[in-house]
Design a protein around this ligand. Structure first.
Ligand code: SF4
Ligand code: MG
Length: 327
């Protein structure tokens, strides 16, 4: 990848003893969509917040467009803010209820001096059109709009500064199922037209399959597998990824078969005291003795896929967690 817009290097975010994010490396190229998936509590939202410096990493590096912003002061960061944006799960929390939609979208445009006077309103109306809304919506307040329309507004606001990087954290999960697809389609269209890089954080596997070029799977604060989307869905190598995909009610795109459901033991352990060895060993149907003591490193296989599991062979041959064989 020649031109990354986001590079996270061994990122950590500890909250006191809680190791929410523990050594995560992800790169997002210009125009690329990288999906970050994992169950709630895996640390994926914290990665997103650190990536846009809404949260302070406790270790590792965050680079945006090649610039190390890890420890940059808020003041030094301000002019760079137009390069990256975060879209949240719940748009209501990020839209000031006292402001009109026009003011909300205009704010970053004015802040970064991208337009002045009448040109601001023209730009706002153009952005409203791009997210499928009408010029009149500029004079309304957030509470007068539906959840789907509010999420369109936060997308318009994020894109008003033409960012190189958009971090979208569960952008559709607070919306009615009936409008989720239209918001995802909008994001996909805008991404294709504008070519921004996107870190798309979600637990919705159908959404990530639709949007992402590449997927990173998180478990308890760490990446356990990373691969191009089609390869990950066709041939998930890590037992946790296999379990995640088996829980999704989407048939295999090639065979049209739904995968055999892999049921994991127990709950996600606490990041306060992650299991020794492989962090997944307490729930892995394939765990062997060495998994309880030896940490599997995240290895890069031929072709660039990454996986951290003792049982994945050097040539990429992976075990099948749906039929554990106990030797
Ligand atoms: Fe399961 Fe062991 Fe592989 Fe971890 S290293 S995923 S416990 S088989
Ligand atoms: Mg979250």
């Amino acid at each position: 990848m020649t031109d990354p817009v986001l590079e996270l290097g061994e990122l950590t975010r500890h909250f006191g003893p809680v190791r929410a994010v523990d050594g995560v490396s992800i790169t997002v190229g210009r125009g690329e969509v990288v999906g970050l998936v994992g169950e709630s509590g895996s640390g994926k939202s914290t990665v997103g917040r650190c990536a846009v410096r809404l949260d302070e990493p406790t270790g590792g590096t965050v680079r945006i467009n090649g610039t190390d912003v890890t420890r940059m002061s808020r003041r030094a960061l301000r002019p760079l803010r137009k390069d990256f944006h975060l879209v949240f799960q719940d748009p209501s929390s990020s839209l000031d209820p006292r402001m009109t939609i026009g003011q909300i979208i205009a704010e970053p445009i004015k802040l970064h001096g991208l337009a002045k006077g009448d040109a601001v309103r023209a730009r706002v109306e153009e952005l409203l059109g791009q997210v499928g809304l009408r010029p009149e919506h500029a004079d309304r307040h957030p509470h007068e709009l539906s959840g789907g329309q509010r999420q369109r507004i936060s997308i318009a606001r994020a894109l008003s500064v033409d960012p190189d990087l958009l971090v979208a954290d569960e952008p559709t999960s607070a919306l009615d199922v009936s409008v989720q697809a239209s918001v995802l389609n909008l994001l996909a269209d805008l991404q294709r037209d504008r070519g921004f890089g996107c870190l798309f954080i979600t637990h919705d596997l159908a959404a990530v399959e639709f949007l992402a070029d590449r997927i990173a799977v998180m478990y308890l604060g760490q990446i356990v597998e990373q691969a191009p989307t089609a390869e990950l869905f066709a041939d998930p190598k890590h037992p946790y990824t296999q379990a995640l995909l088996s829980a999704a009610p989407v048939p295999d795109p090639v065979t049209q078969r739904t995968r055999e459901r892999i049921v994991l033991n127990g709950e996600l352990p606490s990041p306060l005291d992650p299991p020794a060895g492989c962090r997944f060993h307490t729930r892995c149907p394939l765990a062997v003795d060495r998994c309880r003591t030896e940490v599997p490193e995240l290895r890069t296989l031929d072709g660039g896929r990454q996986v951290s599991c003792h049982l994945v062979a050097e040539d990429g041959t992976a075990p099948d967690a749906s039929s554990p064989v106990h030797a």
